[in-house]
Design a protein around this ligand. Structure first.
Ligand code: MN
Length: 737
């Protein structure tokens, strides 16, 4: 549907607003470029609409406005933001963009296209995708900032998405993008992302807290006014250009505090902080000193809680944040947090690194930004940084406050709180960490596991013989150290596994056993190892000896029916190829010797070698041998046809089987003796029990005996039939012969 006139006017207004906000693109040639990018994007997206129904082009305009106004980036980023969805959503290609706007913009748009592909088409693996996204940052950090702006606008317009998508996007935003924004020092964006995510994830809590905030607004304003009054008077006297405001904490951070401390909304005393933002005066010394001057002015009025002074003016946070924070006793006996910042510091606090461009020359934060990017790159490029593991560590590093320590030369370094001497060693260089044996902290020898404190001066002592140990994993805290140790240990392990594998193959070869999944599974089940690698590792380390394996495999010489398992032909991967299936077509040739292990003679029909039998494979991989005429076998054949196998059973007379013979005839005193005599003569006394009853001149009874096979049994029955007066003889469960 074509756009209506009001819609066209709206688009034009939004675009004009963007140009007004693009303060860094005032030059004529820049304005022209932005105009061209807008025309290009407009045509490319025309006449597509968003889910909300509004023209699609409003989205790239909004993203570009965030870039220009809230993150304060320049022309290249604004153009890229305007074009960020063109390659993904329209027929235009990266080459088209390169042709009109040059290779830089084209490669940035390409980066963004790849990223949104990752986020749109996957429902899980978010951390892994996020890692990829961060990796593409190596090209240009602005791509990440535009992605953040894109996400911010999508969050602002999340209402028109279906609920399941809302939850997915809100979750991703809370766990991936908000921490990223925080780490980049974009507090305002971070807070907004958190609050919107929270709203969709916990709607009721969100509404409850925002209602309470609104209700307490008046009381809060009164308090702030009362608190600020003497400060304002003093600052005015000193002729400062300043603002005193009281900004409430974000809804999400209030909720978090309520959750973490188990308190009610009313019990949170620091719902807001008082912010004093001022323009430093010229000729009054450095801005640091002026911050302290105002601090002392405030503490002349309100008593400070001494241990609560936090100085990020002298040592800014690693994300660039600068301010002086203090907690003072307010007029109503409540502790109040006061934050003192210059306008420049405030700008950086809210808008992040990019904002410092506005103040270029005064202060150089480019180095800080580079340093941070370097850190992130280390984390994401580390081979161990897989999926969620990586995210946890990222979050850990993002949220844990940093402490400052000093090198032996007095150089200042920041490490996360809780970091140990070994973490610091790895921070210097992987090899320093790997070879570390102890540390010297404040000129005292300490173990490498010693936790560092702010202000510590530390030297790492290394030795050529030093090498990472398993237990190091127990105390290091930084991702960098963990990865390095893990990767060293894994390499060592891999060598041992490889050696174990060679041993295993050799051993099986000497035992004349084919190397296959069945063998491995048998060993696994009997030894309780979790994987092949574990088995090989055990062998390599000689925790498992060759003799152990020999014993296990000999105790149950490879049964023949193992050959009945064939690897699934359509197996797509290694895991699946262990899914073996039963080959029904073959006949299983067994001998009585096989009975010792995975074969079981069915109790119901008690077959013996020479009987016509079938095999039934149960779920424990045990084959039950039934006579083919056994009613149980008939039942199994009809119910589990695919688990029935043809069996040919030959006898080597290695094992005898129990058989019960029923006998009947005309009673005579010698009958029992005669029956026993025949059996003993025929079979060499393999009778277990004989039981004969006489009644009305007839007898009947049974004999339990052991016999090798059907042939012997038939011979015996013939002989028994030769006894005078014995009229019937038959095997139990079989009709009389
Ligand atoms: Mn977009």
């Amino acid at each position: 549907m074509d756009f209506t006139q009001p819609e066209i006017d709206h688009i034009q207004n939004e675009f004009n607003n963007l140009k007004k906000k693009a303060v860094k693109s005032r030059k004529k040639e820049n304005v022209e470029l932005i105009d061209q990018a807008f025309d290009f994007a407009y045509k490319a997206h025309y006449p597509v609409r968003r889910k909300s129904g509004e023209p699609y082009i409003l989205h790239p305009i909004a993203v570009a406005t965030i870039i220009a106004d809230e993150i304060m980036l320049g022309t290249t980023s604004i153009i890229t933001a305007l074009l960020h969805d063109v390659v993904e959503d329209t027929e235009y290609t990266s080459e088209d963009i390169a042709q009109f706007f040059g290779p830089k913009v084209a490669s940035m748009v390409e980066g963004l296209t790849k990223m949104s592909g990752v986020f749109n088409h996957r429902s899980s693996l978010q951390a892994q995708n996020f890692r990829k996204m961060l990796l593409s940052m190596s090209d240009d950090v602005r791509v990440i900032l535009i992605k953040l702006a894109d996400r911010l606008h999508n969050m602002r317009t999340l209402e028109s998405m279906p609920e399941n998508k809302q939850l997915k996007i809100a979750g991703e935003t809370l766990f991936l993008f908000a921490p990223l924004a925080h780490r980049l020092g974009l507090y305002k964006i971070k807070t907004e992302l958190e609050d919107i995510s929270f709203k969709y994830r916990h709607r009721e809590d969100y509404e409850r807290i925002s209602k309470k905030l609104a209700e307490s607004y008046k009381a809060r304003t009164n308090f702030i006014n009362k608190f600020a009054l003497p400060i304002q008077a003093n600052l005015t006297d000193l002729d400062y250009d300043f603002d005193v405001s009281g900004r409430p904490k974000s809804i999400y951070s209030i909720w978090q505090k309520m959750q973490n401390k188990g308190v009610t909304f009313e019990q949170i005393y620091d719902l807001f902080a008082i912010r004093i933002i001022f323009t430093p005066k010229e000729n009054e010394g450095p801005e640091k000193a002026q911050c302290y001057k105002i601090y002392s002015l405030v503490t002349d009025i309100y008593h400070p809680r001494s241990e609560r002074l936090r100085d990020w003016v002298n040592t800014p946070k690693s994300n660039g944040y600068e301010a002086l924070h203090s907690t003072v006793m307010g007029p109503t006996g409540k502790w109040v947090e006061v934050q003192i910042r210059t306008r420049r510091m405030n700008e950086i606090a809210e808008r992040g690194f990019a904002a410092h461009w506005k103040y270029k020359g005064q202060h150089d934060h480019e180095g800080e930004l580079d340093k941070w990017l370097e850190k992130i790159r280390e984390i994401i490029e580390s081979p161990e940084a897989s999926t969620l593991d990586f995210l946890d560590n990222l979050k850990l590093n993002i949220f844990s406050p940093q402490i400052n320590i000093f090198t032996p030369k007095g150089e200042l370094k920041t490490v996360p709180q809780g970091a140990t001497a070994l973490d610091f060693a790895y921070d210097i260089h992987t090899e320093v960490g790997n070879k570390a044996i102890s540390a010297e902290i404040n000129h005292k020898i300490s173990p490498i596991s010693a936790k560092l404190k702010s202000g510590d001066q530390i030297r790492i002592i290394t030795s050529q013989k030093g090498k990472p140990k398993e237990e190091w994993m127990g105390f290091v805290t930084t991702q960098r150290a963990k990865s390095a140790i893990k990767s060293y240990l894994n390499k060592q392990r891999a060598k041992i596994v490889e050696a174990g594998k060679t041993k295993y193959i050799e051993l099986l070869k000497t035992m004349n056993i084919k190397v296959n999944e069945r063998i491995y599974k048998r060993l696994r089940d009997q030894m309780g190892v979790k994987s092949k690698d574990d088995l090989f590792y055990g062998l390599g380390k000689e925790i498992i000896t060759e003799a152990d394996i020999k014993k296990l495999l000999r105790s149950r010489q490879t049964p023949k029916w193992m050959r009945f398992w064939t690897i699934k032909k359509d197996a797509k991967n290694v895991e699946e190829s262990t899914a073996i299936e039963f080959n029904k077509k073959q006949t299983l040739n067994i001998s009585d010797e096989d009975i010792k292990s995975n074969l079981k003679i069915a109790d119901c029909c008690k077959p013996i070698p020479g009987d016509v039998v079938i095999g039934y494979l149960d779920e424990n991989d045990i084959i039950h041998i039934h006579k083919s005429t056994c009613p149980e076998a008939v039942k199994l054949s009809s119910g589990f046809g695919d688990r029935i196998v043809k069996v040919k059973w030959t006898s080597h007379k290695a094992m005898a089987f129990k058989v019960i013979l029923r006998v009947e005839g005309i009673d005579s005193p010698a009958i029992a003796h005669q029956v026993t005599g025949v059996i003993v003569k025929e079979l060499n006394a393999n009778i277990r029990t004989i039981h004969i009853e006489s009644k009305d001149k007839r007898f009947h009874g049974w004999v339990e005996l052991y016999i090798y096979n059907r042939k012997d049994l038939n011979k015996l029955i013939m002989k028994l039939k030769g006894i005078k007066g014995l009229t019937k003889v038959h095997r139990e469960n079989e009709s009389p012969q």
